[in-house]
Design a protein around this ligand. Sequence first.
Ligand SMILES: [Zn+2]
Length: 332
Amino acid sequence: MNRSLILGADVGGTYVKYVLGDGDEPGRWTGEVPSDPASPATTFGRLAARVAELLPPAAGIGAAGLACAGIVDVRTGRLGRTPNLPGWEGADLAGLMGIAFPGAAIALANDVNAALAGEARFGAGRNGSDLVMLALGTGVGGAVMIEGRLLAGHRFGAGEIGHTILDVAGPPCNCGNRGCLEAYAGSRGLLAAARRRAAAPDCSPGLRALVAERGDLLTTRDLADLATVSDLAAADRDAAALFREAGERLGQAVGNLLNVLDPDRVIIGGGVAAAGELLLGPCREAAARIVLCEAARSTPIVPAQLGSAAAAFGAAHLAAIHLAAAAPRERS
Ligand SMILES: [Zn+2]
């Protein structure tokens, strides 16, 4: 059997996104299968059934990488605390993946670490070896790569950049603290700021009307659209100010990271980052004000390129690395 194919999978609360291919074309097949929040074994069984339908005759999976939100202990193969998959906590992910894909080398990673590995190999981090990634979703995930290696931390808890505290008197964060980066630059925090602004008596009419009209369905995309309408005179000053404040807070966090880590570049991904320069412009200015090393003030702060597929591509890449490292031992 020709086992040259590599699978990368990213487990979310609703779907598993996968990419299947080889070193030249890692995304030859891509798609999703439903995840079962109560059972990793059922989920991996669905994934294996889909992969079996796609595989050419006499082809097999050489390596499979799995990305998952939460604390992933790559030493034991077990998953620790995880937010969206309550039935998965404590599961032996490596063992269960080995049952679903017998004979394949198995690699595991936290989802934001996998997304950074994907961007580093195929996207915005290409040719970089020292990288920081921030994923601005509902919350804010972080990942750090140093000299080409992902920083896991002693207890696999490194990279929680979203919970670095920027103002102890700031807005409440989902983690129980106040003023975390996530409370400003995650969509939950940004939408809360929009609602607070809309309730103020001097709020611009455009923002107030949008918040009232969209109610619980309000998204950061709605806010970005309001801030960037083609008629510049009508672009909403308060909507733009929300992104400016979030961008400045993001820049505060990024500037701190540049002082600590001095990376080649910083990659900003996630749905909130779709606001583009509304957010990244103020971020770059705020970061540059904080950075001590003059040469590091122009460190590129760039948008991610792979979108929501980054973690699946990264999981495939980590699996390929794992397979290459295991192969010489197996031959000897
Ligand atoms: Zn927090």
